[in-house]
Design a protein around this ligand. Structure first.
Ligand code: SF4
Length: 370
């Protein structure tokens, strides 16, 4: 556990405050105890930071002035500035590009609907990024082609959700933006804890989904959390050779191993797992490939989410025709596989794992500078 003295990092003989939300609640309890404060003060500060979204300790009006002043020297609270905003679907989808400083920026998206249950009205979903860039190198993904810059901290992930909760209620959070969440597992899990904690945003774990290319150690750690967080595993191919071409870093993990990991997650967490499958014209979208996919995943409580590819500049890949999408979908259904085609609204958010950043970069004409 972090000791109180760890709060301040030594830098050239000086110290600097750290983001409050980069500490866990247990760490804050210990830190506040070190300040001689009762335990509930840490939870009070957390509630102000999360439920009220304040970015100034002075605003924490039920915390004594002396402690507020101390908190301002020990911790930071900030809202990343918005570099750009764009909206689609008559405002149902809003994307923001948030400035993390040092030249780093990430996208977060608000959808005034639930992309997995489009008929469930009134649900607001936020899609967050977990890394600047990504090391996974998926050939169809613009972020993957740009490479990895750095991991986000827990506070930087939570800040994306807070950006939208300051504007209104958020029901679901999907970890499907830039980056591979389970390549940044510690920060991802720390952010999830702040989302679900009663003294945090107090969200339902079932409203949270982590999307991964299939990092098994991370899947296991997610299961260890004991929360009913949803899991989406990107397959994108019915055989390992093709999957390795599409997700070069997947080389060490086979589809059978991923299906086993999914089965274990379902058994431990009691949640259905979703397999994401980006449909690429002439690459992985034949009916025969649908039947092979069915044979690989049959028998487990999983759902296939088909995502007609959303072309990004320079990828050289195409979106299949609606007829090919329908044929693939029907072939899976005929094999008894539970499958849906991702709803088409605005940008294709789920497929947009990593595509969003480029969407901003290449559609400058659509941007409204904040
Ligand atoms: S699709 Fe997701 S995991 Fe793959 S390179 Fe892009 S951001 Fe990374």
């Amino acid at each position: 556990m972090t000791q109180p003295t760890d709060t301040l990092e030594a830098m050239n003989g000086t110290t600097r405050p750290r983001p409050l939300l980069d500490h866990s609640l247990a760490e804050l309890d210990a830190l506040f105890a070190g300040f001689g404060e009762p335990r509930y003060r840490a939870r009070q500060a957390a509630r102000w930071a999360l439920k009220r979204g304040v970015t100034d300790f002075e605003a924490m009006s039920d915390i004594p002035a002396a402690l507020r002043a101390r908190l301002a020297t020990e911790f930071t609270l900030s809202a990343p500035p918005v570099l750009a905003t764009t909206a689609a679907d008559d405002g149902a989808t809003t994307k923001v590009l948030l400035d993390l400083g040092g030249g780093a920026a990430v996208e977060a998206v608000r959808m005034a609907y639930d992309p997995d249950e489009p008929l469930a009205l009134g649900r607001v979903t936020v899609c967050v990024s977990t890394q600047v860039g990504c090391a996974m190198g998926c050939v169809f993904c613009a972020t993957g082609q740009q490479g990895f810059t750095r991991n986000l901290s827990a506070s930087e992930i939570v800040a994306q959700v807070l950006h939208f909760t300051r504007q209104g209620r958020v029901n679901n959070v999907v970890f499907m933006g830039m980056g591979e969440p389970l390549a940044n597992t510690s920060a991802t899990l720390a952010a999830i804890r702040w989302l679900v904690d009663a003294d945090g945003l107090d969200m339902r774990a079932r409203g949270i989904t982590v999307s991964t290319v299939g990092l098994r150690a991370g899947i296991r750690r997610l299961a260890d959390e004991g929360l009913q967080v949803g899991l989406t595993i990107s397959l994108h191919a019915p055989d390992d050779a093709l999957r390795r071409r599409l997700i070069p870093t997947a080389g060490g993990t086979t589809i059978d191993e991923l299906v086993a990991a999914a089965r274990e997650y379902i058994e431990r967490r009691g949640r259905r797992v979703t397999f994401a499958y980006a449909l690429l014209d002439g690459v992985n979208d034949s009916e025969e490939q649908a039947r092979r996919l069915a044979s690989r995943i049959r028998g487990i409580q999983a759902h296939v989410n088909l995502i007609p590819y959303n072309p990004t500049a320079g990828a050289g890949l195409r979106r299949p025709s609606p007829q090919r999408v329908r044929a693939f979908h029907e072939a899976l259904l005929a094999e008894g596989i539970n499958a849906t085609v991702r709803m088409e609204r605005g940008v294709d958010i789920a497929a947009a794992c990593g595509q969003l950043r480029t969407d901003f970069a290449t559609r400058a004409d659509a941007l409204t500078l904040a």
